[in-house]
Design a protein around this ligand. Structure first.
Ligand code: NAD
Length: 439
């Protein structure tokens, strides 16, 4: 349901379209006012959002602020700082045969856009695209995930109190409501979630020739080279893999390394996890929970895919699965056949870089590829010989916090990108303008 409870999706879209038609969302001042209002919401109501995230995912307050609330505030600040500059017409050279003439491009808002978000970072992944859509001068329908119900309700309650109600609407709901929404004509659909639903979204969008951004997932590998400082590697792998109990689209999904490094790394990971979450991670306030029983059952079904180095404990009544490292995992074992999206880190052994590259290239293009290496040649080969949404050396996940880098996938991990000025590109049409004097 929307913030106008009796409103059907068609009415929501018609109401927003009527707003867009007035051109009131186009001036820079409207856009910055909306972004500032969203910023105020996040700072004034951050604790309510953090409480909802705790209820849905057992997220600690610290993690809720760091990975969702403050993350979105930073995205807003970066956008506010640069928006005027990004919106400036871009001159283009004109060939001699047309002179005298000038040419440039301008960014046109698209109209009414739909943002569909998943449950794992239900604040960030709903609101960061909304930031881009508003910055680009659009009206937005935001559809939070029903699998994070407390966050969905909180966002649906708060957004209309802070933002232009006739330009931004929250429509809550599950498959039926989203199907109804997808039957409407939008000017862009921005979807984050799994590839199966991504296909449904793209099919629905095709009916109206609506462009889509698909932010999907997949198995993001982490290659660990010989001769790296494995204490550092283990610390950085563990802190990024087990954040949000592994339910992060860009979490390192599995490790690829040679057998000797594998043994050492497994030992280091055990020590690091102990340091992070103590003797019993189920009592650590820093450690999250699995979103629901369905995912809990799916994940516990993967625990037998290798030798348990550390972790393995689980409790269905609490949706708790300990941070787990599996060793000696076969490439065709269950844990390697799907995106894990949970706190299980398999270590797969390869002879070295050549085999690692072949392994990565044999599979779907990942959302991210990570590598820990001291070798410039290895970094160069991975850059040239593999394809992935993003590539990060030395530290997983953090590339998506660099506002000037595009965040998005390729192939099975998605299409299109966003963050910072790339969000503006996603939610605008770059219009070509040629001006030749009549004289
Ligand atoms: P989800 O189940 O919350 O679904 C995402 C959205 O799709 C929800 O709003 C849901 O209501 C809607 N939806 C579900 N079924 C639908 C249907 N049949 N028709 C129309 N809409 C439907 O989230 P999820 O898909 O489980 O999310 C996890 C996946 O998302 C993982 O694969 C993960 O890697 C990926 N992901 C990607 C990113 C990214 O930025 N690239 C970020 C987070 C998650």
């Amino acid at each position: 349901m929307s913030d106008h409870p009796s409103e059907k999706p068609a009415d929501v879209v018609a109401r927003l379209r009527a707003t867009f038609t007035t051109d009131r969302t186009k001036p820079l001042t409207w856009r910055t006012t909306q972004l500032e209002a969203l910023r105020t919401l996040l700072t004034e109501r951050g604790d309510e959002l953090a409480a909802a995230l705790r209820a849905d995912l057992g997220k600690s307050r610290e993690e809720a602020y760091r990975t969702e609330i403050d993350f979105t505030v930073r995205e807003i600040d970066h956008t506010l700082q640069h928006l005027a500059e990004w919106l400036r017409p871009q001159p283009a050279p004109v060939p001699d045969r047309l002179s005298p003439a000038v040419a440039h491009t301008v960014l046109d808002p698209l109209g009414v856009v739909l943002v569909i978000a998943p449950w794992n970072y239900p604040v960030q992944l709903l609101l960061a695209p909304v930031v881009g859509a508003l910055a680009a001068g659009n009206c937005v329908v935001a559809k939070p995930s029903e699998l994070a119900p407390a966050t969905s309700r909180t966002v649906a309650d708060l957004l209309p109190r802070y933002l232009d109600r006739d330009a931004v609407a929250v429509v809550e709901g599950a498959v039926a409501e989203t199907t109804d929404l997808l039957a409407q004509r939008f000017d862009h659909i921005f979807y984050t979630g799994n590839g199966q639903v991504g296909r449904i979204v793209m099919r629905a969008a095709a009916e109206n020739l609506t462009p889509v951004t698909l932010e999907l997932g997949g198995k993001s590998p982490a290659f660990v080279d010989r001769g790296t400082d494995l204490g550092v590697v283990a610390a950085r792998l563990a802190s990024t893999k087990f954040m949000n109990a592994g339910q992060t689209c860009v979490a390192p999904d599995y490790v690829l390394t040679d057998p000797e490094t594998a043994r050492e790394l497994e030992k280091e990971l055990t020590g690091v996890l102990h340091g992070l979450y103590g003797d019993d991670p189920s009592t650590s306030p820093a450690y999250g929970r699995i979103v629901n029983e369905r995912h809990f059952d799916r994940l516990t079904g993967l625990l037998g895919s290798g030798r348990t180095v550390t972790g393995g404990a689980h409790d269905r009544s609490e949706r708790y699965i300990a941070p787990t490292v599996l060793a000696g995992v076969a490439p065709d074992s269950p844990v390697m056949r799907e995106e894990i999206f949970g706190p299980i880190l398999p270590v797969v052994e390869v002879a070295g870089l050549d085999e690692a590259i072949a392994f990565i290239r044999d599979r779907d293009k990942p959302l991210a590829l990570y590598a820990f290496t001291e070798s410039a040649t290895t970094r160069d080969r991975l850059t040239r010989e593999t394809s992935s949404g993003g590539l990060a050396f030395g530290l997983p996940v953090a590339h998506l916090t660099v506002s000037d880098l595009p965040f998005g996938g390729v192939g099975e991990s998605g299409m299109g990108s966003y963050h910072g000025r790339y969000s503006l590109d996603a939610f605008s049409h770059r219009k070509a303008v040629l001006d030749k004097p009549l004289r």
